[in-house]
Design a binder for this molecule. Sequence first.
Ligand SMILES: Nc1ncnc2c1ncn2[C@@H]1O[C@H](COP(=O)(O)OP(=O)(O)O)[C@@H](O)[C@H]1O
Ligand SMILES: [Mg+2]
Length: 230
Amino acid sequence: MLRLDTVTAGYGETQVLHGVSLEVGAGEVVALLGRNGAGKTTTLRSIIGLTPAWAGRITFDGQEIARAKPHALALAGIGYLPEHRGVFPSLSVHENLTLVAGRRPGAWTVARVYDLFPRLAERRQNGGAQLSGGEQQMLAIARALLLNPKLLLLDEPTEGLAPLIVREIYQRLADIKAEGATVLLVEQSVRFALELADRAYVLGRGQVEWQGEAARLAGDAEAQRTWLGV
Ligand SMILES: Nc1ncnc2c1ncn2[C@@H]1O[C@H](COP(=O)(O)OP(=O)(O)O)[C@@H](O)[C@H]1O
Ligand SMILES: [Mg+2]
């Protein structure tokens, strides 16, 4: 469904990605791991067109998208959860959801995301700013789902959250996976990410240092030490 072929990208004169190649097949959950500053966020930003690729190819559903704009890619079916949750603090939970609902019709509706996240249903009239960090992250995931993406890019969906909430969010991501979602997941919580993912790539200094089955990396303490420093 998604393929990056020797993608380079950066900010101003500074090159960050030095030829990243990776693939995500339909129905797969693929983890993109690596130390801080490795280029994980930049990779997702290059896919969604926020930090356009300098060179290389990016294809989605067989179409070249390396020069497409973020808005067009969202409508084409790429959902993106940015590193810092994009919820509107002055709008209620319900308004945050209805704002995006219906733009790309599909299986996910406001009612179904309330079923997935009952806490959001309880807090539907609360303002975005009144939510806990975990609830804000649930709201951000719910908003991404409401665009009924064919491919979901998640950038650290549990960053800064308490362990119990991290577990809860991963249970919901497992539910989403069970429905056949295709996900490219950037994470620091290596253990949870590797439990959920089918395959993993590890980035180091803008290049893929390791790739393979998630279960293989989960069982390889040596590789984790070398590439992830855990
Ligand atoms: N807006 C930016 N301007 C300049 N450099 C940036 C910017 N964002 C990230 N970088 C640099 O790019 C490198 C990779 O960052 P990033 O993709 O955010 O890594 P990761 O998500 O793996 O932590 C880092 O060295 C970071 O300092
Ligand atoms: Mg990042």
